[in-house]
Design a protein around this ligand. Sequence first.
Ligand code: TGC
Ligand code: FAD
Length: 393
Amino acid sequence: MTSGTAAPILAGDLLDIDSLLTEEERAIRDTTRRFADDNIRPHIGRWFDEGTFPRELAVEFGNLGLLGMHLAGYECPGTNAMSYGLACMELEAADSGIRSFVSVQGSLAMYSIHRYGSQEQKLEWLPRMAAGRAIGCFGLTEPDFGSNPAGMRTTARRDGTDWILNGSKMWITNGGIADVAVVWARTDEGIRGFVVPTGTPGFSAVDVKRKLSMRASVTSELSFDDVRLPQEAMLPHAHGLSGPLGALNEARFGIVCGVVGAARDCIESAQRYALTRVQFDRPIAGFQLTQQKLADMTVELVKAQLLAVHLGRAKDAGTLTPTMISVGKLNNVREAIDIARTCRTILGGSGITTEYAPLRHANNLESVLTYEGTVEVHALSVGRALTGLNAFT
Ligand code: TGC
Ligand code: FAD
């Protein structure tokens, strides 16, 4: 720092967002941050390099109360939504793939069973999933139907009292390590959800290899070849596309918060680097162009933080709408990826290996920009709300 100026403030602390949080929310946030600092950060570069997700993290997350965190009953932690959002922020500050694991487990697989399942399905799966002893995945996307899941071809047809599932799902997080899959399929009564133990004959999962993004996360293709399921496997309370889209609201909220963590981690890493890297006989942090980048990025970061807290409060108040979630996902992911790329420029050549986080975050955020509704899908959802006109088709 130039002499005579105050000690640098970390970007994430600039607006004192902490003052908007309760003591309990801060405690959950701090516990998750400590866990990530001690158990994820020291290893994440290697996991990303090797393309592995350490499965044993599931039980540790269960012990910490991070799985199905904002769900009540069935041995789930039952925190408020804001606390869940803050946990996502801290996990994604370490790596988006790690936050993805928790999102899919809690917000997609467990939420679907919790919200749409029978009492028997809840008792069978939720306590084990909350403890991390059973891993879940969520199959909506197909090779030919991503943004438009309404066109799905996976079918479940009746055979006596059973259902026979056929088809495939693509890009499924946790697919290859899952014990149970929530699968959405076309039936004679519209789109319905099924709880499918992955050991059922005819079910198979093949992991996607050679990924350039989300390397510390398992992504798989699921295939169903005459998978026979009892009537009790169907989620009784989900009818039509509103079932999976309802679960997506939950997970998208986690992303709105999570990506703020990734952006914060990038800026703080660039701040530290810029203060120690000397060129032209001075720290690069002293150049006006570097400061412009840091200031612009931090302004976007704090706006994203405020948006995340506002949506968290709305979720807890029961006033959060899908359009509000689209605004949050569109803005926060778009800004986070811009921030990650700009931070990489501050790191120069040092920024291209896994030693520093920004390019790993940027690569992960390419997936986040695409999954759970692409940036275009969310722009069109906001556009539809603003005009009343559907521009999807
Ligand atoms: P549309 O006609 O608008 O609606 C069909 C039915 O769904 C209801 N609905 C919703 N319900 C709850 N929440 C929402 N956000 C909802 N949006 C719509 C709607 O009321 C209607 O209900 P009903 O009862 O009248 O039938 O549907 P559309 O076909 O026009 O599609 C709208 C569109 C394009 C926005 C939707 O298809 C969409 O969101 N597409 C994106 C697909 C997507 O996000 N896939 C994500 C897959 S899972 C994933 O990516 C996990 S990544 C996990 C990780 O690793 O973290
Ligand atoms: P497409 O829908 O083919 O879109 C390609 C491009 O066309 C995009 O830019 C899109 O915005 C644009 N486009 C499409 N329609 C329109 C339109 N009407 N107007 C303008 N532009 C349009 N899915 C699951 O079900 N479960 C999971 O656990 C899961 N995990 C994932 C993990 C990763 C790492 C990734 C990358 C994906 C995952 N997905 C999962 C799938 C994800 O939800 C889809 O990739 C996403 O919905 C987009 O579908 P698509 O890839 O088929 O792209």
